[in-house]
Write a protein that binds this ligand. Structure first.
Ligand code: UD1
Length: 426
């Protein structure tokens, strides 16, 4: 397995272009299953999770081709075409690698009247069930059975629109149900729906394919089902989590970064939080400009929440930032159980963190020290990179494959801004 070796202490200065959003691209790629016509997607990031979704879609019969103009391939642009679904099963060996595979369930069920998906099983950041997805499909008239580690969903006569009230908010369930409802007979209302920008982006793509959707971005989404959807074209939004991560890289190293394509509207609460820590985040005509406001960072408390609150996917990075801030901050994780795996690793670098249940108390320290550390999940890994960028000496990050799931060319992007960061192949 590859590892990253980081020599800390250099301020990040320069520009970083933010890639297309992984979490927007995954459901939107799954939406290509809803039509026999082609879906052209732009700004698709090159990541391990995207490659897993491509292999999953390919075995369902999706033909994926890079878009070529003037004789060369357009970076990040692909045509997804599925004239005929060749399999309605999402097998264990792909689902176990990537939980978002469950997003093919809604489109396959809606188009083919049946689908089976391996249960995602345990995962590093908690049990993460899919009950909200399944109860939703039942409300649309599907029969659900759990057998031999698989979910079998069937609606031989098609799905019928209905009112679905989610007992708690789920991004994935909102997306899965929105896709299924686009091909259901009649109207569906999703109540207590997720409001994340990725949900809104999926709605934009579905609308480009002829779906009738209102209210995406609010907690009540109305979908009028269509007998069929057509092909279309859509550009994936920039990755707000990648942007937030690099904003924190500028802050922790006392550097200055312009994050090209980053959208302030997707990060309002994060920006507000960073500002209260002494970081200035200013919109420019190309993205966001980030640097410390007056030379020091001060501690601030956060709790993670659904959008528009502080995203759980930036919690680990924010904790790394707080390890070097002046004062004591409390960080409460309210979305996932067991999402503090970065804590013992940060502690190996000298961070002072005490956890109690879902709450971590971080006392800022003068200096972190480089150490060999181990990545345990995607966001935990990148928090260790942030810590490594500012630590004295060398940090060796093992199990880099977690990072490759969600950060495109990370060492190249940070390296171009002055970081000393090197990938050592296995
Ligand atoms: C998505 C993101 C992930 C992010 C998360 C929360 C993708 C591919 N992944 O994950 O990066 O951290 O949103 O912003 O977009 N839950 C249930 N039953 C369900 C579904 C979810 O109990 O059927 C629980 C989960 O265990 C979790 C909470 O609801 O505690 C939120 O999960 P959810 O919003 O569904 O996250 P994902 O869509 O899996």
């Amino acid at each position: 397995m590859d590892k990253l070796v980081i020599s800390g202490g250099r301020p990040g200065r320069g520009e970083i272009t933010i890639s297309g959003s992984k979490n927007a691209a995954l459901p939107i790629m799954a939406a290509s299953l809803l039509t026999e016509e082609g879906l052209r997607l732009r700004n698709v990031p090159d990541l391990a999770d995207i490659r897993s979704m491509k292999s999953l879609l390919a075995q369902h019969g999706v033909v994926i081709e890079p878009v070529v103009s003037d004789g060369s391939e357009d970076a990040g642009a692909f045509d997804f075409t599925v004239a005929r679904i060749t399999s309605t099963t999402a097998p264990y060996d792909i689902v176990r690698k990537m939980r978002a595979s469950v997003l093919v369930l809604g489109p396959l069920l809606a188009r083919e009247g049946q689908a089976s998906v391996s249960l995602p099983g345990g995962c590093a950041i908690g049990t993460r069930p899919i009950d909200l997805h399944l109860t939703g499909f039942e409300r649309l008239g599907a029969k659900i059975e759990l057998r031999d580690g698989y979910v079998y969903a069937a609606a031989p006569n098609g799905l019928t629109g209905s009112e679905i009230v989610f007992p708690s908010i789920s991004v994935g369930a909102t997306e899965n149900l929105m896709m299924a409802a686009s091909l259901a007979a009649g109207e569906t209302q999703l109540i207590n729906a997720a409001r994340e920008p990725e949900v809104v982006d999926l709605a934009h793509c579905l609308k480009a394919m002829g779906a009738e959707i209102e209210g995406a971005g609010t907690d009540r989404i109305r979908i009028r089902g269509k007998a069929r959807l057509h092909g279309g074209e859509h550009r994936i939004i920039p990755d707000r989590i990648e942007a937030g991560t690099y904003a924190m890289a500028a802050a922790i190293t006392d550097g200055e970064l312009e994050l090209l394509d980053a959208r302030a509207s997707d990060l309002l609460f994060v920006i507000e939080t960073l500002e209260s820590c002494g970081v200035s985040v200013t919109p420019t005509n190309r993205g966001l400009h980030v640097k410390r406001a007056n030379g020091r960072l001060c501690a601030t408390d956060i709790e993670t929440q659904e959008f528009p609150g502080f995203p759980t996917d930036l919690q680990a990075q924010f904790m790394a930032l707080m390890t070097t801030a002046e004062g004591v901050s409390t960080i409460e994780e309210r979305i996932f159980e067991n999402r503090f795996m970065h804590v013992p690793e940060l502690a190996r670098m000298g961070a002072q963190i005490i956890t109690e249940g879902a709450c971590a108390t971080v006392t800022g320290c003068e200096k972190l020290r480089g150490a060999p550390v181990m990545a345990t999940d995607l966001r935990a890994s990148v928090s260790l990179v942030l810590a490594g960028l500012v630590a004295d000496g060398q940090t060796e990050l093992n199990r880099v494959y977690h990072l490759d799931r969600g950060y495109e060319r990370l060492e190249e992007k940070l390296g171009a801004c002055g970081a000393e960061i090197e990938r050592v192949p296995a």
